[in-house]
Every structure is written in structure tokens, then in C-alpha cells.
Design a protein around this ligand. Sequence first.
Ligand code: GTP
Length: 346
Amino acid sequence: MHSAILPDSRLVSLTPVRPMLMLTGFLGAGKTTLLRSLLNELNERGHLADVILNDMENALLDRETLREHAASVEPLTGSCVCCEGLDELCRMILEAAQSTHQLLLIELNGTADPLPLQETFTLLESKFLLHPRWQVCVIDARYFGQRSRFQELEKLQLETASHYYLSHVPRPREEAEMAQMVRSINPGASRTTASDLAGALSDAILKNRGYRLGQAEERQGAQPSFDPLVHFSREHQHSRHHYAHEFTGCNIVFPEPVEPSRIQPWLKALPETVVRAKALIEETSDPDGRYLYERVGDEIPSSPIPVRSISKVPCSGLFIGPDLQPDELLGLTRELLHPRSHFPKT
Ligand SMILES: Nc1nc2c(ncn2[C@@H]2O[C@H](COP(=O)(O)OP(=O)(O)OP(=O)(O)O)[C@@H](O)[C@H]2O)c(=O)[nH]1
């Protein structure tokens, strides 16, 4: 018996790579809602994802509603993923590269600029082992392009996207107008749904089996990896980046369960500068569970999301917006939510 000598090319060890999908979109656009649907669709196809969530306090609240459907849900502690949080994100992605789960999903916070991340993914491609890399921009069809103060930031989040997803889907005529508006900002982005994305990711997982990193463009039907450096100069990047820094966050820990009838009036009373609010609340009437209440702009969804998982995340409120006044928020919370309790300082 003799052993065959294989040509060199067949001796190269194969590097497992996995798809990565990054969700962007303005505050409250519907990123976590899409992520939740996508995780469900992926579960149905037999796939488990590792998930990284940006923005510590926000991520801790969202994690409570996602952990059942993901292999792991890791919150980033840095407040801004496009600058001081970038090193931490890179470390987490490197760790995630060792994971045996089939894909990586990243949700950026609603004020992040995705361009520095796209650049980093491109530069560190051989270490991150992520292919293909897609970015889905979630667009709230009700408000997109109409929030004059935040319009530039919304545009930045769409400019680098490979796909876009419309939440709060409008009537057919308005859909056509939305599509035109999106095309004028990013003609390359295609509209998608949770089910389309799950199907495309599932296909990518299958195609990736046996794929050698560095040969993406040789593979039949491979999606070319997006290289944002081609589209944007450094000067453009610096001049655009300040938009991501007009926002501050404020977190208030609740000292005790809340009387349910107090919650809606409290949410309604929050000042206009609060562009986004989330509150993980234990109600006095239901000591066995907690609820995630929200406000997007001045809209308050009628029913909160029940959170049944037990964790150490404290009941708390998170507020995001420009020019937030923590004392004002603490005062309102004390007065409307916890009038009788001794309230800790923020
Ligand atoms: N009617 C309707 N409600 C939606 C849709 N998408 C999201 N929502 C609701 O809008 C609110 C905000 O959605 P999220 O998915 O938390 O938004 P987000 O972009 O993750 O928010 P941040 O992480 O705070 O930026 C939630 O109450 C959702 O239930 C949609 O397509 N239709």
C-alpha cells in the first residue's frame, strides 16, 4: 500500500468563517424587534447566533428579551462603538471567532456611525474570519428624513448599508416614495425582511463550509465584501463623525416595584429632549415578572414586552437624547413613579 501525495493546494488547511450581520438605524427604529424576529427565523432553520449589543445600559435591557433565542448575548461596555468602544468590539469579535456557533449578529446603538466599524472589519478581515459581512439599516418609515435635527445621522447609517429594512411599513404608495428616498442616499442597498435575511444567512452558512479566507471573490456567487474605503475619504469621515456625539444617555435605577397606573403618565411626562426611553420595571401587581416599557420620540407602545428571565440586571430607566438634564429626569421619576420612596442618587 502506498499513500498518495496530494498537490499543495489540497493540503492547505481550511479556515472556518461565518457570516456577520450588523444592524444599524436611528434610536427606536426597530433594530431589536428585527433582531428578535431574525433570531426566531434562524432558530427555525436550525441556526444559533452569537449576538453583540452596543451600549451598556440599553444592551442590558435588550438582552433580557433576546437571550432565549441566541447562543450568547454580549453587551459592549463602551458607550460609543465607533470610537472608544471600538477596541472592545474588536476584542469581542476575536473571542467570538473561536465560537462554534454559526453566525455573528451585531446591533449598534441608535446614534452610532457604522463607517469606522466597516473600515476596521475590512482591515482585520483575516483575523475576524467573518464572511460575508452585511449591514442592514433599519428605517422607521414614519419618521425617516423628517427629523430635521437628526437627518444627517440617519443618512450616515444608511450610506454604508448593503440592505435596508422598513419598520412601521407604510401604505404601498408611501413604500414607493421610501424606496426612492433610500435609493437617492444608497443606490446599492436592497430592501429585505427577517425571513429573507434568515434565508440568505442560512445559504451563506452552507456556502461557507470549506471556504478558505482570502479567496472570496473566486467563489461562485460569493457576495463581494463591502469596502467602504472606496466610497469615503478620511476627511469626509471626520466631518461626519460629530453627529454621533450629539447624544447623551442617562440611567436611573428604580428602588422598588412600581404601581402600574403610574407608568404611562410618567413616560408621557418625559421632556421632548428624550428621543428614546426604555424602562425595565417590576410592577406591584406582578412580582413574578418584569416588563420592558418604551417611548420612541413621543410615541408610547400600548403594551410592554414581558421579561420572564431571571437575571441580576436591576430594574432601571434609560434615557437617550441631546441636552438631557439628569436632575430633571430624576425629579420627574421621583415625583411620578416613586412618590413615596426614598430615592437613591444617580
Ligand atoms: N407597529 C410597529 N411597531 C414596531 C415595529 N418595529 C418596532 N416597533 C416597536 O417600536 C419600538 C422600538 O423598537 P425597537 O426594536 O426596540 O427599536 P431599536 O431600534 O432597537 O431601539 P434602540 O435600541 O433604543 O435604538 C418597540 O416598542 C417596538 O415594538 C413595526 O414594524 N411596527
